[in-house]
Ligand binder design. Sequence first.
Ligand SMILES: Cc1cc2nc3c(=O)[nH]c(=O)nc-3n(C[C@H](O)[C@H](O)[C@H](O)COP(=O)(O)O)c2cc1C
Length: 318
Amino acid sequence: MSKSMLHSMRIDGSRDEWWAGLRAPIVVAPMYMVTTARLVLEAGAAGAVAVLPAHNLASSAEFDSALHDMAVAIRAFGPGQFAPWGINLVAHASNPRFADDLTIVASHRCPLVVTSVGSPRPVMDAVRAYGGRVWCDVISIEHARKAAAAGVDGLVLVCAGAGGNTGWINPIAFVKEVRKFYTGVVAVAGAITDGAQAYSLQLLGADLAYIGTPFIATDESAAANEYKDAVANGSLDDLVLSKAASGIPANLMTASLKRLGLDPANAPSLNVGSWSDSAAWSAGHGIASAGPRQSTRQLVEQMIREYVAASSSVGPVL
Ligand SMILES: Cc1cc2nc3c(=O)[nH]c(=O)nc-3n(C[C@H](O)[C@H](O)[C@H](O)COP(=O)(O)O)c2cc1C
């Protein structure tokens, strides 16, 4: 592969020290009520970036204590033996914990903060001050341009087919247009389930695959057993792009909406701010490749093997 096809994080080995411990361009995406500190620890030890939503801890005090325990566990790894890890912060006035959680993030010097919903600007000074990096998730070019202008280190392009509050843009087109104006780290989210797909995204101009759904079914996920089984055995036909839970389009499991008495075709029937405040289950379009149930470590190691096999074997087809 020519150097010009290796993007801002330089998977060729010339990337900077911050990336030490990363064994493949894989980010385990933050998932409300799913991602646990244990999941992040297992993913980081296996060689993937993993991101914990601050809001998965019930209070700022619990968040502080979880980060303390994580720091103790991570210190036991030698240099280059644990991938960079991050925290997802909802950077919006509607988040009453924002200021406290940001102070806690800074006090633990979390390597990465991924902002969602609001502008990344309010977190940048605090995180940069200790050498941390800030990525921002975006669903449109306008949004991506604003985050790029704010000077973020990375953009997460939330594309069509993503679990949770989905984007709608095709990933091929999204990466191509963003690369016209942005040279920082680009991660792609939406329906990615294996290491070969992560490699193919690098060929398209991205750096990293940002993967949620397959990790719902891991041992370390906080999802209910039934939800894990539904994801591990699911198919695309089990999903509906629906506003039924909150009025905002999200990829949801039809059976979970019906169980709540909601009509998947109609919106909104529940008075909640987000699908995640309902008891609906979300998954992305990669659901059919999300099983079997296994540990986070096994899943990351599988993806690393797939990435290495794809990157060492792909040549011209014709
Ligand atoms: C159950 C679930 C919960 C999610 N919760 C969050 C969240 O708290 N914060 C966030 O930034 N994104 C959240 N997302 C979106 C993921 O971070 C990521 O963008 C998405 O899972 C990628 O698509 P995929 O599931 O098809 O891999 C969630 C996704 C799912 C499936």
